[in-house]
Design a protein around this ligand. Structure first.
Ligand code: ATP
Ligand code: MG
Length: 444
């Protein structure tokens, strides 16, 4: 059910899906729920919905309004999401577990059908935007540690207290609590809410005007890209390299969003989960899954925050599939997949021979994480070894051996993150698994 989300790209949702069963067209000033919520501007979109900044006139605050497509399968998915979000909010009354809070939900009828709407606290930019903002150079290890703690707090709560697997963790689905640019934050910038639909923006103008506007915006973006490229090429000619920016002053607190694909651990849905680059090996081979799939994705995110690059970026080849390339990349980084895992999945025979070797990609070049960090990303050796000690156990092919979020939170790599967090720590019983290994390695 998981699609590689397009909300991360700077493209917009297009006009095609604004039809019966699809998105609901919204204009600033549009009222929802009997006038309680007034649409302000679009915040984002996904395959299932558009999300708008709205003003809650009853509570006099800004909220994020997620308006689902109207066809039956989207309504069904939204009902499932609401049920999950309610369970999440119920167990976190003080809203401190780094997961987005649902505030309200209702139905809204429009020309394209009936849309389930969810009201959330407003959050800011995604981690993907943060990575882009810093020009894919990584966000600095102290910042990585801080962000990792937030994600882990959220995951620990989800897994241990709620019994949920997120199944679609990726940088787009973790949002900062505020925006990178303070001017874009409605609260910090003192944005005056629109309370009535502006004149001249009435019926009939919407789609045509917005299509024109989008085309204009696209052309402007294309021009901006060209001049950016020219500038960077010019920079190269002059021996200048674009430097990362300063992240000082950006609030790095963040929360996990998008529970559209989340599932209860005891009621898993069949089929493929997770977005490609963040997908765990057991999902690819069809060997069943549980909480550790989120831990795998978490490790991929941590790597990406540190380096600015995705950890795995599989491609189809002439003689192999994307799945096979993905498995090959994993084994080049982590060594051979244990035979037990490689050959027991429902899809194993598609990829592996009976010795547990890939059928169609034979020669693998081992390039472990610490070497990769040093050779390709120019990390100093101590930083590379420490990060590798943190990440390697999370990328264990055997899901049960991956440390839990709770165990990760106690890893020494996170303890000097320079920020204070309220962490509930409980005794860790199972030192046989991830944490034991983690601590032994860290003490090396
Ligand atoms: P997907 O295709 O990823 O499953 P979806 O339709 O289920 O998407 P979400 O991922 O929940 O929708 O939200 C879409 C986008 O809207 C996000 O990527 C983000 O940019 C924005 N967004 C969602 N929730 C909030 C929020 N609470 N505050 C600010 N922006 C938000
Ligand atoms: Mg999403």
């Amino acid at each position: 059910m998981s699609y590689s989300s397009s909300s991360g790209s700077e493209e917009d949702e297009g006009v095609d899906a604004y039809r019966k069963g699809g998105y609901h067209a919204v204009r600033p000033g549009d009222p929802f729920e009997g006038g309680r919520y007034i649409a302000q501007r679009k915040l984002g979109w996904g395959n299932f919905s558009t999300v708008w900044l709205a003003y809650d006139t009853r509570c006099e605050k800004f909220v994020a309004l997620k308006i689902q497509k109207s066809a039956a399968q989207f309504q069904q998915a939204a009902l499932h999401e609401v049920e999950i979000l309610k369970a999440i909010a119920k167990g976190d009354p003080s809203n401190c577990k780094c997961i987005v809070h649902l505030l309200d939900n209702f139905k809204h009828s429009g020309p394209n059908g009936q849309h389930l709407c969810m009201v959330f606290e407003t959050l800011g930019d995604s981690l993907l935007r943060l990575i882009r903002y810093n020009r894919y150079k990584g966000i600095g290890l102290q910042n990585v540690k801080y962000v990792c703690r937030s994600i882990l707090l959220g995951l620990d709560y989800l897994h241990r207290e709620v019994g949920l697997i997120h199944t679609d963790l990726k940088p787009e689905n973790v949002l900062l609590v505020s925006t990178i640019d303070p001017v874009k934050d409605p609260i910090r910038s003192g944005f005056t809410p629109i309370l009535v639909r502006p004149e001249g923006n009435l019926k009939g103008t919407s789609i045509v005007n917005s299509t024109e506007k989008r085309l204009k915006e696209r052309a402007m973006r294309a021009r901006a890209r060209i001049s950016e490229r020219r500038a960077s090429m010019g920079g190269l000619e002059h021996g200048l390299v674009q430097k990362e920016r300063s992240l000082e002053g950006i609030d790095l607190k963040c929360k996990i969003i998008d529970f559209g694909n989340a599932c209860w651990v005891d009621k898993q849905m069949a089929g493929e989960i997770q977005t490609r680059q963040y997908r765990a090996p057991e999902v690819i081979v069809g060997a069943g899954y549980s909480f550790p799939v989120d831990m795998w994705s978490f490790a991929c995110i941590a790597f990406e925050l540190a380096t600015g690059d995705v950890l795995f970026s599989p491609k189809v080849g002439q003689v192999f599939t994307e799945d096979e390339d993905h498995l090959a990349q994993m084994m080049e980084l982590l060594g051979k997949m244990p035979k037990k895992i490689a050959i027991t999945g429902s899809r194993s025979k598609d990829f592996f021979d009976r010795y547990g070797d890939l059928k169609r990609i034979r020669r693998l070049k081992h390039w472990p994480i610490d070497r990769l960090l040093i050779d390709k990303y120019m990390f100093v050796e101590s930083d590379a070894c420490e990060l590798s000690d943190f990440l390697t156990p999370l990328l264990d092919f055997t899901p049960e051996k991956r440390p839990t979020a709770e165990q990760c939170l106690q890893h020494p790599w996170l303890s000097n993150s320079g920020q204070s967090f309220m962490v509930e720590t409980k005794g860790v019983e199972n030192l046989e698994t991830g944490l034991g290994k983690l601590q032994m390695k860290a003490g090396r």
